[in-house]
Design a protein around this ligand. Structure first.
Ligand SMILES: [Mn+2]
Length: 321
């Protein structure tokens, strides 16, 4: 696939869909494609299907046009799925993929098995948004389209920090800046901004934290009562475990918070030596080598002790514990 325009020839109707619980890259990349088609191919009927999106992304153009329900049984000439590693993650929008005359997938998940008719999959690339950039003619990237792509890249690279960030990524970001986007505001308001309650609970989590294994493991617990006190929901606890992982000398960070049912949601981060995916999988969860999670039952201290033993076992293989 050389560009998106070549995929749109003789096409009258297009459906775009991304993964469930859409994040910055999913929202940004899907809206970039939507706005590109809506702006430059007005004769094409285009619909974007996504679950409700976080409020921070609502400044992007045409977020009010996103279809959250999938009531119609419309059959599309083309269905483009983005930032989605398998059809199971499309949620209700999967029916548009299943019934479309032709399908295209644009993605960077390593687990993607090329399930569409046409696949544009590059696992080493920072984000689906960076891939979408490569499929559009540069002169047709308006300021509004540039904002969408920039949001996606910023969120999937942790603001150009993760190892998936390449010199190419930075080059793309530079071109987007030249389109006149307010790049510092986008980063501040969609990535770093936290509510007062979110900052308070981050502070509480850090105050509650303890070091174990000669300072190589850090762990903390947030109870339901604490979440109620600061009026935060589980989704507001994002970022706490990464902050813990930044502690000097720490190899692994363990964050527990209480679910409604009284069980514990376990969040794990590693600085490289510990494979936290292995630990999470053993407890019925999953994730990546450096970032993983699971749900566990029992007393908080029992959960921490169980995880501690597994981290210790891995560190001893390195001869440092
Ligand atoms: Mn992504």
């Amino acid at each position: 696939m050389e560009d998106l325009a070549s995929q749109l020839k003789q096409v009258k109707t297009v459906a775009i869909a991304g993964h469930v619980k859409p994040d910055g890259d999913c929202v940004g990349s899907c809206l970039a494609t939507y706005n590109y088609i809506a702006t430059w191919f007005p004769e094409i009927e285009v619909d974007l299907y996504l679950e409700p999106i976080p409020n921070i992304f609502k400044f992007l153009k045409n977020t009010d046009k996103i279809c959250h329900g999938c009531e119609s049984d419309k059959q599309y000439d083309l269905c483009i799925v983005q930032d989605c590693g398998d059809t199971g993650r499309l949620g209700k929008a999967v029916k548009y993929f299943d019934t479309a005359r032709r399908t295209v997938c644009i993605d960077h998940h390593i687990s993607n098995l090329s399930f569409a008719d046409e696949n544009y999959i590059f696992p080493e690339v920072s984000s689906t948004s960076e891939l979408v950039f490569g499929l559009l003619e540069e002169e047709k990237i308006t300021k509004e389209i540039a904002e969408c792509i920039y949001v996606g890249i910023v969120h999937d690279t942790g603001v150009f920090q993760y190892s998936s960030t390449s010199s190419k990524t930075m080059g793309v970001a530079g071109i987007l800046m030249d389109k006149g986007i307010d790049f510092s505001r986008i980063v501040d308001e969609t990535y770093f901004a936290k509510t007062f309650g979110q900052n308070k609970i981050l502070g509480q989590a850090l105050l509650n934290s303890e070091l174990y294994l000669d300072g190589q493991m850090i762990a903390t617990v947030i109870t339901r009562a604490e979440m109620d006190r600061y009026q935060v929901m589980p989704r507001h606890l994002e970022g706490i475990v990464s902050q813990m992982r930044n502690t000097k000398g720490v190899e692994a960070a363990v964050f527990l918070y209480e679910n409604e049912e009284g069980s514990w949601k376990l969040s794990l981060r590693s600085n490289g030596k510990v494979n936290v995916a292995e630990i999470a999988v053993r407890h019925g969860g999953g994730g990546h080598v450096r970032a993983a999670g699971a749900t566990m039952e029992g007393e908080a201290q029992e959960v921490i002790q169980a995880v501690l033993e597994e981290i210790q076992e891995q560190l001893s293989a390195w001869g440092i514990c």
